[in-house]
Design a protein around this ligand. Structure first.
Ligand SMILES: Nc1nc2c(ncn2[C@@H]2O[C@H](COP(=O)(O)OP(=O)(O)O)[C@@H](O)[C@H]2O)c(=O)[nH]1
Ligand SMILES: [Mg+2]
Length: 249
């Protein structure tokens, strides 16, 4: 297979929320039969068609980095985990809809991954206090995924989904709520599949097109710009020599 361009997407959230199940579903399109404890970090790859169905369509590897552990780990564990946070192009924040604490911890996970849990004095933010300003200049696309939707009784769904909508708003992210044990939640053409595709498109666009876009733009305009400068110099030169002729001896 020809080498494809790739992007790196972190999958973060508390243990047991369903990260491994989700990654398996996203990459293998199958339910993970027997999830085992994730040690350290595991990486799986999803093949994504950027701008599918358009003339710009192109296939990319999206690496999903499932980082195990607890957000309340000792700082030595956190700094070991930080090696996984290098050169990240996108982050999927996973929480369990039946577990409020797992939703609140997403603030801490995201701050840790974005390296913003250390205030200038070097004191770690441990109370999970969240300040929207901390995300104001965040350039990394985020997606919030709520799992175990099947475990929420119909009567409680509205209340739970309203709460999680605020969460997604705080992160300025799209949100998807699903059951990782049922592939129908990500069926082709469904609104979840569209949101997912839009998220990966955004990650790829930020990584490959916006930055390069400026270069493409610069290299496109540079010849015209230098040509214009030459014309102006030529005109000034002509005007000066004309003036010399008039004022000449
Ligand atoms: N009912 C239900 N169970 C889920 C869902 N997602 C994950 N699980 C189960 O939750 C447990 C933990 O899942 P796992 O993927 O290992 O979580 P991780 O620790 O975040 O990687 C497993 O028993 C999964 O089968 C879901 O959406 N619905
Ligand atoms: Mg796991």
């Amino acid at each position: 297979m020809a080498a494809l361009d790739r992007v790196k997407v972190l999958v973060l959230g508390d243990s047991g929320v369903g990260k491994s199940s989700l990654v398996h579903l996203l990459c293998q399109n199958q339910v993970l039969g027997n999830p085992s404890w994730t040690v350290g970090c595991s990486v799986d790859v999803r093949i994504h068609d950027y701008k599918e169905g358009t003339p710009e369509e192109k296939t990319y590897y999206t690496e999903l980095w499932d980082v195990g552990g607890s957000v309340g780990s000792a700082s030595s564990v956190k700094s070991t985990r930080a090696v996984f946070y290098n050169s990240v192009n996108g982050i999927i924040l996973v929480h369990d809809l039946t577990n409020k604490k797992s939703s609140q911890n997403l603030y801490r996970w995201s701050l840790e991954a974005l390296n913003r849990d250390v205030v200038p004095t070097g004191v770690l933010v441990t109370n999970g206090d969240y300040d929207r300003e901390q995300f104001a200049d965040n350039q990394i696309p985020l997606l919030v995924i709520g799992t175990k939707l099947d475990q929420i009784p119909e009567a409680k769904r509205n209340e739970v989904l309203t709460r999680t909508a605020f969460l997604a708003e705080d992160f300025n992210a799209e949100e998807i709520n699903l059951d990782c044990t049922n592939p129908r939640y990500l069926a082709a053409g469904s609104s979840n599949a569209v949101k997912l595709s839009r998220f990966f498109d955004k990650v790829i666009e930020k990584r490959y097109f916006l930055r390069d876009g400026n270069q493409v733009c610069a290299s496109f305009f540079f010849p015209y710009f230098s040509c214009m400068v030459q014309i102006v110099v030529l005109l000034v030169d002509k005007a000066l020599s004309f003036r010399v002729q008039i004022l000449g001896p």
